[in-house]
Design a protein around this ligand. Structure first.
Ligand SMILES: Nc1ncnc2c1ncn2[C@@H]1O[C@H](COP(=O)(O)OP(=O)(O)O)[C@@H](O)[C@H]1O
Ligand SMILES: [Mg+2]
Length: 266
């Protein structure tokens, strides 16, 4: 299996502080990773490297076989191969565009020459991705009028439009109510278990948001890797407690996880 991501001793330093601190991490084709860590741990910074929008201050990062900052690496060729759904993206998108247009523009951004022949094919794809995310009844709604959950689902459909080899999701379930979260977890689970779906990396704060089908976990705290490896072994009470800095118990129920703080004196 080839490497989708290969970070070796990567640091990102700003104002003399390491936001990402000596991180070595590799993601192989087909793996589905969850990144867990408290607020400010450096999760989004790490995704910014994985999406080729941020270069490491030191160390080396290879994305889909291309070395960031390397001779012959063109980030503009690399970026369409990576799908990103995150808060920063949502803020950049025009609020008055319809849901269908919002997803379609991902394809426009990629095809330099616009041709009417592409239109029908692209629209069909956009509709199919939106359907997969339960958005068919919202195709003509303005993006700016969507609820948080609908917006998140639209962004994931949009990220799929370029047929990426790597899909990066930054807190896709943040701000959703319980029903919205469960619905999204179910859909992400289906995607994660689809052998034709891209390699995936999802950032979250909550183990409850880990969909079945995710295979690996990376835990970071203050920019440093605390644990990285298969979910079954690394998502332990011990690692999670170290990661969040308080005693926690992780439980596995069927194909889902929960975590809670240990009762005082317990
Ligand atoms: N451009 C920047 N310059 C300086 N500090 C930054 C910059 N971007 C993020 N940070 C800081 O880096 C730390 C990690 O941020 P981030 O990666 O967004 O964390 P997370 O996504 O885990 O919550 C935070 O303390 C944040 O304030
Ligand atoms: Mg973040």
């Amino acid at each position: 299996m080839s490497d989708v991501l290969e970070l070796v001793d990567v640091s990102v330093v700003r104002d003399g502080r390491a936001l990402v601190d000596d991180v070595s991490w590799s993601v192989k084709e087909g793996e589905r990773w969850v990144i867990l860590g408290p607020n400010g741990a450096g999760k989004t910074t790490l995704l910014n490297i994985a999406s080729s929008y941020l270069f490491p201050s030191t160390g080396s990062a290879k994305i889909l076989g291309e070395r960031l900052g390397g001779v012959g690496t063109d980030v503009f060729e690399l970026r369409p191969r990576i799908g990103i759904a995150g808060v920063a993206m949502a803020e950049k998108l025009p609020k008055r565009q319809t849901v269908l247009q919002t997803v379609l523009t991902a394809a426009y951004g990629m095809t330099a020459t616009w041709h009417e022949d592409y239109e029908a094919v692209d629209e069909e794809r956009a509709r199919a991705f939106l359907d997969r995310l339960g958005m068919t009844e919202f195709l003509d709604r303005k993006f700016g009028t969507l609820s948080e959950g609908e917006r998140k689902r639209t962004l994931i459909a949009r990220a799929m439009m370029t047929d990426p080899e790597l899909l990066l999701l930054d807190e896709p379930a943040a701000g959703l109510d319980l029903g919205g979260r469960e619905d999204l977890v179910r859909r992400l689970g289906r995607l994660a278990r689809d052998p034709y779906a891209p390699s995936m990396v999802m950032v979250t704060h909550h183990v409850e948001e880990i969909a079945p089908g995710f295979t690996h976990v990376l835990m970071i705290r203050q920019g440093k890797v605390l644990a990285a490896g298969p979910m079954e072994t690394e998502l332990s009470s011990r690692n999670l407690s170290l990661c969040f800095g308080l005693p926690l118990v992780v439980e596995h129920h069927g194909d889902r996880y929960t975590a809670r703080g240990l009762p005082l004196g317990g």
